[in-house]
Design a protein around this ligand. Structure first.
Ligand SMILES: Nc1ncnc2c1ncn2[C@@H]1O[C@H](COP(=O)(O)OP(=O)(O)OP(=O)(O)O)[C@@H](O)[C@H]1O
Ligand SMILES: [Mg+2]
Length: 360
């Protein structure tokens, strides 16, 4: 199991400089609003993928009085991952001293699942968010997915460019259409394979968290073009429309996950708390698929776990998270809001924050 032993933060939001020794199991950050709890989770997330889960501009994480933000983590494996972000988009990412040109190695070193207020986009947001969720799993579990996905992106961009240029009859568009269809089949194959395993894990987790809804909820994967048709036939039939829009209307870039209860979408019938439980089930199932395949758990960052959940559901969600045997970093305003009895046998580290400083 690869876990984060130590995190060093400097110039990150309201945290001037802190060193944290994390438990390999449950870590709880408590404190008043604005004390810096979410910033700790955000720092770990930024280190894992180069993005924030709450800000579009990464510059906003740099402390207003500092020129740069640094996050550095040491793992039980001995690996060291460090990121320094300077204003105006400059950054330096190093894995055990070696400069990294992209986030692929970091994502594999610190695979992370986040549960926070933004996670509701999985139900309420557009298909893009559900595709990102599915692709996180396919990236980690399905060999070769990342190459197929990159090829697909390139072919789609080239085909759309030619559609926009009104190069309808060019031999070039034919070539890019064929390449696009080939990459599409590879991406769909990997996503479908991942989805099959994911679905099973999802129902197993969700039935424990919310048995009556699990019986009624239907989760399905829609690949982005009709199930019974070949993509090349679909592209040929929709060619005039694609030219008119200047964009390809069918393909894996239109894939989606659907959550239905009877004829309604889950987001239209579930209460906020029920939605949170569903989101937790999705994220926990994702972590299960990951550890079954990669044979180590991923890191869980759970922002404000108690929020929107009643006492029973807090306990159920925490129990399911603890069963993953993963490293978990949780925030809450009041540390008494969590049922620690569930963590028996696991090492729990409590951190209390005030004004960006860790007091205990
Ligand atoms: N770039 C920055 N430089 C300095 N301070 C910042 C910066 N960005 C945000 N802050 C402040 O840092 C604090 C970080 O807030 P954070 O969201 O981590 O708090 P929190 O403990 O999670 O609060 P809540 O309980 O309300 O969710 C806030 O007080 C915020 O105003
Ligand atoms: Mg917060």
């Amino acid at each position: 199991m690869s876990t984060v032993n130590t995190v060093f933060l400097s110039g990150f939001r309201n945290i001037v400089e802190e060193k944290l020794d994390l438990s390999p199991h449950l870590n709880v950050f408590s404190g008043k609003n604005g004390s810096g709890k979410t910033s700790v989770l955000e720092a770990l997330y930024v280190l894992s993928c180069g993005r924030s889960f709450r800000a579009t501009k990464l510059d906003s994480v740099i402390n207003v009085t500092s020129g740069e933000a640094t996050v550095f983590a040491e793992f039980d494996t001995g690996a060291r991952l460090g990121l320094t972000r300077q204003k105006a988009g400059k950054h330096s990412l190093k894995l055990s001293g070696e400069k990294q040109v992209n986030w692929e190695a970091a994502a594999r070193t610190i695979p992370t699942q986040v549960i926070d207020a933004n996670s509701f986009v999985l139900l309420e947001g557009g298909p893009k968010f559900r595709r990102q969720f599915l692709d996180w799993g396919a990236f980690h579990v399905e060999l070769g997915f990342v190459n197929s996905w990159r090829a697909l992106k390139k072919c789609l961009a080239n085909r759309n460019l030619l559609l926009k240029r009104d190069a309808k009859d060019s031999a070039e568009i034919k070539i890019w259409t064929e390449k696009f269809a080939a990459a599409a089949v590879d991406v769909d194959r990997a996503r479908s394979a991942y989805f099959e395993g994911f679905r099973e894990n999802f129902y197993s987790v969700y039935s424990d968290l919310d048995p009556s809804l699990a019986e009624r909820l239907e989760l399905s994967y829609s690949r982005g073009w009709p199930d019974q048709d070949h993509l090349l036939d679909v592209l040929s039939a929709s060619f005039e429309g694609d030219c008119r829009y200047g964009a390809t209307q069918n393909g894996p870039h239109r894939a989606d996950l659907l959550f239905r209860i009877g004829r309604d979408l889950a987001k239209e019938t579930l209460s906020r708390g029920q939605q949170k439980i569903l989101v937790c089930a999705l994220k926990i199932a994702q972590g299960r698929c990951f550890s079954e395949s990669v044979e180590r758990p991923c890191l869980y960052l759970v922002d404000d776990l108690p929020n929107e959940l009643d006492g029973d559901n807090r306990a159920k969600v925490l129990k399911k998270l603890m069963e993953l045997n993963a490293q978990i970093v949780v925030t809450c305003v009041d540390s008494n809001d969590l049922p620690y009895s569930l963590a028996e046998g696991h090492k729990v580290s409590l951190f209390h924050m005030e004004h960006g400083t860790i007091l205990s």
